[in-house]
Design a protein around this ligand. Structure first.
Ligand SMILES: CC(=O)SCCNC(=O)CCNC(=O)[C@H](O)C(C)(C)COP(=O)(O)OP(=O)(O)OC[C@H]1O[C@@H](n2cnc3c(N)ncnc32)[C@H](O)[C@@H]1OP(=O)(O)O
Ligand SMILES: CC(C)C(=O)C(=O)O
Ligand SMILES: [Mg+2]
Length: 553
């Protein structure tokens, strides 16, 4: 038993060298003792800023060419994003050309602001400013790493040297901006904010706010990245709340966050950061980006949507969005990706299917009672946090059948796709047949296969044997006062032919009849179809007779 491990924990200690890693408390400290973020609620959307064309793009094996960048840009505009980071113009000719392409054409709507990214180097700042010549409403985004390890190891400068380097670059940017026609605004990112001393970030950001003379009408954006996620989201929230409370000229600062996803908690970091005072969130569609990605804007915005908050972004055709992103990034989106993956609205397991099928039926009923369309009624369907219809998806894929499935799902598919409404006991029986096939083949059964199986089992179980099709003449002549009850007449006819049939259960819904019959002592179900309920019922009894005789032979 490892020292300090509770007695109920029988696990063997891992031999992996965990001592090589430092807890976050030893790498950063947030001087925040009282926090308000746990008491707050997300009530409106922050400003979402997609960085797919810069941070996402720099993480691709094959960065986007101008054509792909343009497709991504048009998608982002169509979805409703109002501020879009379009590239790192000093990094490559493609990025430079793309910004020039935007400047030359009419792709940028009047309500959209473009952002371009630059390091704190005068030659690269100049190149960046050259790229945006003629572009209105541009945000120039300056960044420098501020965390101790980056200062020491990467930049080879002391804290005060890095501070001076940032201010020099910002001053150069300001001077160059004075010559720029069209409104420029500034953004600063202390790269690796989350590992930087909070007082250093405050010093630098406050100096920039002053240097760039930010005011409420021309605010500066301070973007505080979790460049490499190293701690839980509660730590990031504390760091953001601390900055939110202490930044100077707060009404002239847009407080932005930029979480990455190294620990898989990028979404949680962003959500808690907004509770803690962040007004703007940078991320990428479906979480593309460096290493494990940038925070996923789709998940974030749809998380808000499913809380009844307007996400300010249009996701009504999520598959078209996904296809464009897959084309531009040349990366597939995982089938389990929140909200957008191929399988995220699908249930294979029996109890989930049962609940969903009941939930959908209840939803339709409640909408009808309230006199509203199903797409307007409040959504409360078990296991489906969002109505797939809101994302432009159909309900077809919601329930799929394999060996994990149960009668509810099978009945739902037969009902939805083939108009069958199986009686409860028949559901139980048929699901055993399906289960056996799914188990032995180990594969999924499509709704068409279920229908074929149902048809072959219950509707047309084979006509070999002594009973052929019902004798219409025997029915129509009407025996024993059964002129108004052709089914009884048919059963009498069968009896006269030596086949004793008792109908134990009989229902007809939408041109399909289901009959549970005892035939010569054998109890079986049969089903029949016809526009006429009478004929459908007679067909069902005939099918039951065939099945019983096969079972008995
Ligand atoms: C967290 C982020 O996403 S940051 C953005 C990362 N994105 C990219 O790097 C993609 C585009 N980058 C590039 O194409 C190139 O790095 C360029 C064109 C910008 C620069 O290329 P090069 O001049 O070849 O330099 P290199 O790529 O080796 O960059 C490292 C140099 O920049 C310095 N540097 C790193 N960040 C910054 C910064 N924010 N401001 C100023 N200098 C910086 C480093 O200290 C190093 O300097 P050194 O050569 O004196 O040691
Ligand atoms: C905002 C910039 C510097 C960035 O991409 C990061 O820090 O992750
Ligand atoms: Mg980043």
């Amino acid at each position: 038993m490892p020292a300090g491990a509770p007695p109920w924990n029988p696990q063997r200690p891992s031999a992996m060298p965990h001592h090589r890693y430092l807890p976050w408390e030893e790498r950063t400290q947030v001087p925040l003792t009282e926090r308000v973020w746990p008491t707050r609620r997300l009530e409106h959307a922050p400003l979402w800023v997609p960085v797919d064309l810069r941070d996402g793009n720099q993480a691709l094996a094959e960065p986007m060419d101008v054509e792909r960048k343009r497709r991504m840009f048009d998608l982002l505009v169509t979805m409703g994003f109002k501020e879009i980071e379009v590239g790192y113009p000093s990094a490559s000719q493609t990025d430079f050309d793309f910004v020039r392409h935007l400047a030359a054409g009419d792709a940028v709507p009047e309500d959209v602001t473009i952002s371009v990214f630059t390091p704190a180097r005068t030659d690269l700042i100049d190149r960046t400013l050259d790229s945006i010549e003629g572009l209105p409403r541009t945000l120039v985004h300056l960044y420098t790493a501020t965390a101790p390890t980056w200062r020491n190891v990467v930049l080879g400068r002391t804290r005060s040297e890095v501070h001076a380097m940032i201010l020099d670059a910002a001053a150069h940017l300001s001077r160059r901006a004075d010559r720029h026609r069209g409104g420029l605004r500034f953004q600063f990112s202390p790269e690796v904010f989350n590992l930087t001393e909070p007082d250093f970030v405050l010093e630098v950001c406050d100096d920039l706010t002053e240097l760039w003379d930010a005011c409420p009408d021309r605010p500066v954006t301070h973007n505080l990245p979790a460049t490499v996620e190293i701690a839980g989201p509660h730590v990031y929230a504390d760091q953001i709340e601390y900055m939110h409370r202490h930044l100077a000229r707060r009404d002239s600062v847009i407080l932005s966050v930029h979480p990455h996803n190294d620990r898989g908690t990028g979404v949680a970091c962003a959500e808690l950061a907004v509770l803690a005072g962040a007004q703007r969130v940078e991320g990428c569609l479906f979480g593309n980006g460096e290493r494990t990605g940038n925070v996923d804007l789709v998940t974030l915005a749809l998380n808000l949507y499913t809380q009844g908050v307007n996400p300010m972004i249009d996701f009504s055709d999520i598959d078209a969005i996904r296809e464009t992103v897959e084309h531009c990034n040349r990366l597939p989106i995982h089938p389990r990706h929140p909200y957008a993956g191929d399988l995220v609205h699908t249930a294979f397991s029996g109890t989930h299917q049962d609940a969903i099928a009941k939930g959908l039926a209840h939803h339709r009923k409640r909408a009808a009672e309230q006199g509203v369309d199903t797409s307007e009624a409040v959504w409360q369907v078990p296991y489906l946090p969002i109505d797939p219809g809101d994302l432009g998806r159909t309900y077809e894929e919601v329930i799929r059948v394999n060996s994990q499935s149960g009668k509810g799902g099978i009945a739902h598919l037969l009902n939805t796709h083939h108009g069958l409404d199986l009686p409860q006991r028949l559901r139980v029986e048929f699901s055993r047949i399906v289960q056996h096939i799914a188990d032995t083949t180990g594969r999924e059964l499509a709704h068409t296969e279920l229908w074929e199986l149902f048809h072959a089992t219950y509707i047309a179980p084979g006509t070999d044997g002594p009973v052929g099709r019902p004798e219409r003449s025997a029915i129509n002549t009407g025996r024993q006062g059964t002129e108004n009850d052709p089914l009884s007449a048919y059963i009498d006819a069968l009896s006269a032919a030596g086949i004793t049939v008792a109908v134990l259960d009989h229902t007809v819904t939408a041109s399909t009849a289901y009959a549970e019959c005892r035939v010569d002592g054998v109890t079986v179900w049969g089903a029949g179809q016809d526009a006429s309920p009478v004929t459908a019922s007679i067909n069902a009894v005939t099918a039951a007779v065939h099945r019983a005789r096969r079972a008995g032979s």
